[in-house]
Design a protein around this ligand. Structure first.
Ligand code: TXA
Ligand code: MG
Length: 356
């Protein structure tokens, strides 16, 4: 259990239109960039989820992130940079396959774990000799990092354990009064976090599935491994953050691998116990349930829309004070691997299979 300490402060807000104009700096970001330089923690949009950013070279600044989120101190942060010219300051020994993947997918939802330089402060990498680095594909994030002119350490801008924020209002819910400011740049397109790839071995290894799929990586570099703890849940994961219960709504959530009528039976049983029951459905199934709260995550035909909205759906169940949530499951190909990874964690690995 993390006790969140820290005084209440006024959280500033800046709203930025995210239409891309490469030739200009954003005047609205001047104050946010200045506050980052001054060692404050500022939330900002990326294409995956909102991040809570601070100067990655300043231990005191980075400490504010851990305090505001109530984040366990052994969980390292990702360093965000605006262009590859900032890379040599942060990491060393970049293998050829990592360069190829960077060329192909940056800016984008992928983080590379590599040996770190001394410029990255210790608090960022939580005692490890490596650091995760990423160039986000979001004009506001890129402009903010460029204007602050420092590498920006940023985890997702949620309270530790809650669903990640994909809108500025989610950040407000969790962190208002605990951080210096929030840049509101609208909704996040990808909706799940970046793919974390360990590049310290001969072959890239996925530590956290995310916005770039295993299949997409394989198209560029051939063989890609996946941390076996992501498949066998009894093993300890190689990425410190993957061992925590995460992304969880307040209600008790169970994944159900089964038919609509089987899920309906479970709903009816829970209702008999007097619980407020919700079902995480899809566009294809939402009209077929009888349940207190029915929320569609999107169409099964387009897993990208499911990933985009999945964290908001989890927050919406909280808002409606649902006590018991049954969730449909999704195929694990492409972005489906990341969606199911997040749902399994949100459900604390509770999964029911319909017996044949
Ligand atoms: O899309 C994203 O990656 C978002 C946005 C804000 O960029 N950030 C994000 O950060 O998801 P966070 O802190 O919520 O998750 C970072 C994950 C954790 O699972 C952490 O353990 C892992 O990356 N990680 C960071 N540095 C690592 C390292 N050196 N070795 C292994 N895992 C690392
Ligand atoms: Mg996170």
């Amino acid at each position: 259990m993390n006790v969140r300490k820290g005084t209440s402060m006024k959280t500033k807000k800046w709203t930025v239109d995210n239409s891309w104009d490469n030739s200009k700096l954003y005047p609205q970001l001047e104050e946010a960039a200045y506050l980052i330089q001054q060692g404050e923690a500022i939330a900002f949009p990326t294409e995956t989820v909102y991040g809570l950013g601070a100067d990655a070279t300043n231990n005191t600044a980075v400490e504010k992130i851990f305090l505001a989120k109530g984040r366990p101190s052994d969980n390292p942060l990702i360093v965000h940079i605006a262009n590859v010219s900032m890379l040599d300051d942060i990491v060393t020994d970049i293998p050829m396959y990592a360069k190829e993947l960077m060329n192909q997918f940056w800016p984008g939802p992928i983080t590379f774990v590599l040996p770190r330089t001394d410029k990255v402060c210790e608090r960022v990498s939580a005692g490890l000799q490596t650091v995760g680095v990423r160039i986000p594909n979001h004009p506001v994030a890129l402009a903010l990092i460029e204007q602050a002119n420092v590498p920006v350490a940023a985890p997702s801008a949620n309270t530790s354990g809650r669903p990640s924020p994909t809108e500025a209002t989610h950040v407000f819910e969790d962190l208002s009064g605990r951080i210096a400011g929030i840049v509101d740049g609208g909704g996040c397109n990808v909706g799940v976090e970046s793919t974390v790839v360990d590049c310290t071995g001969k072959v890239p290894m996925i530590l956290r599935p995310g916005g770039i799929s295993k299949e997409e990586l394989e198209e560029v570099v051939g063989k890609v491994e996946i941390d076996s703890a992501l498949i066998h849940e009894s093993e300890a994961p190689k990425s410190p953050g993957m061992k925590y219960k995460h992304y969880a709504p307040k209600g008790n959530m169970v994944l159900v691998d089964g038919s609509i009528s089987y899920i309906q039976k479970l709903i009816d049983e829970a209702k008999k116990e007097g619980k407020k029951v919700g079902v995480l459905a899809t566009d294809e199934s939402k009209d077929l349930y009888d349940c207190d709260v029915i929320i569609s995550a999107g169409s099964r035909m387009k897993l990208e829309t499911i990933s985009q909205g999945i964290y908001k759906v989890l927050r919406d169940f909280d808002e409606q004070e649902v006590e018991m949530i049954f969730s449909e499951t999704f195929p694990q190909a492409g972005i489906g691997l990341a969606i199911m990874n997040r749902l399994r964690k949100a459900a604390n690995h509770q999964i029911l299979f319909e017996s044949e």
